[in-house]
Write a protein that binds this ligand. Structure first.
Ligand SMILES: Nc1ncnc2c1ncn2[C@@H]1O[C@H](COP(=O)(O)OP(=O)(O)OP(=O)(O)O)[C@@H](O)[C@H]1O
Length: 566
């Protein structure tokens, strides 16, 4: 029996909607039973073909290929010595010199162009290797303790982009915003999106120190004060992972004209879909693959659907759904970037009902996806059906029918985003699963960083105590009493030597000692003075108490100064 479609097709052919089977081949399409938009249709799905930032290797563990020739890796987690591997030392100052353990922690790192400024010396902890020495299951490598390199580098680039400033940019300081930094990649501006040329700047708020993206509409004159208040009141309620959150709007004359400014969340290093898919990267002659892969487009569709669901449910319309107003960051993570602007700008002139604007949203949504599929940057199509047909067998029938449903109108049916969600529910659940997998992976990474954070805090405290010298009226404070034992503990953890006098640089030993100190366990530890004359055998619990006492003393002095001095 032929299953009926949930939605009638709006394909331009006069014939009623012919359900397609989802096969990419035309012959299969003709014979296929289930409808494109019949939610009961179960489709095959290949999760790995989506890419929404999921770098999971499949076993939940981030893949990390590192070379372990540095001295820190010469011990297994259980303390077993590994055979020395001496080809490359990522900690060395000079990589040519096969530097030994005394090499600096911060290797030279490659540069990347993130703007007009020089990249900072941000101490990438970066191995440059391609193979992994065989380790026993109980052995750990240095990089097992840290966030994987790719993610770390991505995050550091984002932090750098966030911190970038341009001292002589000529941009004004606004009332509550400073350090404006232009984000536009071209100085050619068109007014097609909003009716006014628009510029985007990164700026820091003087109120909370956070970074925002300010979009400025040049030459806009506000005629109705209510416009901003009424529109912002509604839009500020929208919190959605696929919408750039808008925080406020205001007018200013600081640019020498009358400008309207919208403050959005800042998403460092994001590009617009237009830039991402239609612009040639600097220095390359050819643009990348022309047609965007279908799994990527389904990923975009699920995300835009999610955004529109939130917007339409709040009785609003996105209105500005264009390739140049959708941000893409990380791996195919997208966000609608210019919501609320047209509501303010056309506050008095817009006569279209919200219901109609929502219908238009669906059409624009379809056109944006079709533009990516057909490699048409303008997203202007004279013949939608012809454009969809031109996709041939590169895209599945289900995908093409989704385009047609979104773009074509049917007088007998009011389209809603909810109906669309039902139609693409299989894609939505697959996408949801990938998002959860990505989330699991991030939790795994966070778990490692939790341990590192714990070690870092203890280390910083220990460093504030040892070698301090005098404290207030107490001469040689750090060399006496509890502090002396802490200093010997520091030696025990970091300054151990092998029997032949060579430094012992086992990161396993360091991490395990610092964690034992943090936990204050009952295990004893033998601390010997440098001259070998004095031996202490405290437990980690006792050491922890000494450590807390010493640090609390420092805290007390930091607040009140040395006793007798205030
Ligand atoms: N919220 C944001 N966070 C970070 N970057 C943003 C944000 N909004 C926009 N951008 C960046 O600012 C740049 C300019 O954005 P804009 O929307 O003006 O694109 P455009 O291609 O210049 O479009 P138009 O020609 O219509 O002005 C883009 O590179 C975009 O990635």
């Amino acid at each position: 029996m032929k299953k009926s479609s949930t939605f009638s097709s709006q394909a331009a052919s006069a014939a009623p909607f012919t359900p397609r089977g989802g096969s990419a081949t035309p012959s299969a399409q003709q014979n296929a039973e289930p409808s494109l938009f019949n939610p009961a249709t179960i489709r095959e799905f290949t999760p790995q073909s989506y890419d929404i930032g999921n770098t999971n290797s499949g076993n939940g563990v981030a893949q990390d290929t590192s070379l372990y020739a540095d001295p820190f890796t010469s011990m297994g987690a259980m303390g077993q010595a590994l055979p020395p591997v001496g080809q490359f030392n990522p900690y060395a100052n000079e990589q040519n010199a096969l530097a030994g353990p005394s090499g600096a922690f911060y290797p030279q790192h490659g540069t990347y162009a993130a703007g007009p400024l020089q990249p900072p010396n941000y101490h990438l902890y970066q191995p440059y290797d391609s193979y992994r020495t065989d380790l026993q299951p109980w052995q750990r490598s240095t990089y097992d303790f840290f966030i994987n390199d790719k993610l770390r580098e991505e995050m550091q680039k984002k932090m750098f982009a966030t911190q970038q400033t341009m001292p002589n940019s000529g941009l004004p300081q606004l009332d509550r915003w400073h350090s404006l930094f232009p984000l536009d990649t071209s100085n050619r501006k068109n007014s097609s999106s909003f009716g006014f040329p628009s510029w985007v700047y990164k700026a820091q708020s003087t109120r909370n120190g956070r970074h925002y993206a300010l979009r400025r509409l040049e030459g806009y004159r506000l005629t109705n004060e209510n416009a901003i208040l009424a529109v912002m009141k509604e839009w500020k309620k929208i919190k959605n992972a696929n919408i750039v959150t808008v925080h406020e709007a205001f007018t200013t004359r600081d640019f020498g004209d009358s400008s309207l400014i919208f403050a959005y969340d800042y998403h460092p290093l994001s590009k617009t879909l237009q830039e991402h898919h239609f612009q040639t990267a600097p220095g390359t002659r050819f643009r990348g693959p022309t047609n965007v892969q279908e799994p990527v487009l389904w990923g975009y569709m699920c995300q835009i659907t999610n955004a529109l669901k939130a917007i339409h449910s709040a009785k609003l319309a996105a209105r500005c759904i264009e390739l140049s107003k959708i941000l893409v960051s990380d791996k195919n993570r997208i966000r609608l970037a210019a919501c609320s602007i047209l509501d303010v700008v056309q506050f008095e002139t817009n006569n279209t009902s919200i219901a109609e604007l929502q219908q238009q949203d669906l059409v624009k949504f379809g056109k944006v996806i079709l533009a990516l599929a057909t490699n048409t940057p303008t997203a202007h199509f004279t013949h939608i059906n012809a454009a969809v047909e031109s996709l041939g067998t590169k895209y599945t029938a289900k995908f093409k029918d989704a385009m047609l449903w979104l773009i074509n109108s049917n007088p007998s049916e009011t389209k809603t985003i909810e109906k669309f969600i039902i139609c693409i529910s299989d894609q939505m659940t697959s996408h949801f699963d990938l998002a959860l997998q990505a989330d699991d992976e991030k939790s795994f990474i966070l778990g490692k960083e939790l341990e590192n954070g714990r070690v870092a805090r203890s280390l910083m405290k220990l460093a504030t105590i040892t070698e301090r010298g005098d404290l207030g009226n107490m001469l040689n404070w750090s060399e006496t009493g509890d502090r002396y034992q802490l200093k010997l503990f520091r030696d025990y953890v970091f300054h151990q030597v092998e029997a032949d006098g060579k430094p012992r640089l086992s990161i396993g030993h360091m991490v395990s000692c610092m964690n034992k100190l943090d936990a204050g366990i009952e295990e004893m530890v033998m601390l010997t003075s440098r001259d070998g004359e004095t031996v202490f055998v405290p437990t980690y619990r006792e050491l922890r108490q000494m450590f807390d006492r010493a640090f609390n003393e420092l805290v007390k002095h930091s607040k009140h100064g040395a006793p007798g001095q205030n």
